[in-house]
Design a protein around this ligand. Structure first.
Ligand code: ZN
Ligand code: ZN
Length: 140
């Protein structure tokens, strides 16, 4: 839960703020295999690695747990954002109600290709209206 908030805040205030120059090529498709935007993975991977390492060496279990929590969120984010939504790898598909809402919400984020005017900065927690939309699409 904490990481969803951290990722939302990073996306809204840093990626769509002073580091837009790194995030821009995720909104305006360049066709390249790697994006400058991929650098943000390191933003969370480095503290995760250090917390696990220090937690292990010093035998501090809560540091260890926070480090693995960040890593678990990173794996979930990668699976959902890179694989299920953007299909950069194609080994997994997201089907069902939750993924229908989640994919629509993130694609709406991508409708705006500029630094300002974007919405839906979160990833795993989806605004309620997308569940309503998914419900109507599926069952009505
Ligand atoms: Zn964005
Ligand atoms: Zn995206």
């Amino acid at each position: 839960m904490g990481m969803e908030f951290a990722a939302w805040a990073l996306h809204k205030y840093v990626m769509h703020g002073f580091l837009w120059c790194w995030h821009q090529d995720h909104h305006v498709v360049t066709g390249k295999t790697f994006q400058k935007n991929d650098r943000f993975a390191l933003f969370f991977a480095i503290p995760s690695f250090l917390l696990i390492l220090i937690g292990h060496i010093q035998n501090v279990m809560w540091l260890y747990g926070v480090g693995f929590g960040i890593m678990a969120y990173g794996i979930a984010y990668f699976m959902v954002h890179e694989v299920i939504i953007h299909r950069r790898l194609t080994f997994l598909r997201g089907r069902g109600f939750y993924f229908l809402a989640l994919i629509r919400a993130h694609l709406d984020h991508h409708k705006v290709q500029t630094k300002e005017g974007c919405f839906n900065f979160g990833m795993l927690i989806v605004p309620w209206r997308y569940f309503v939309w998914a419900f109507k699409r599926r069952f009505l």
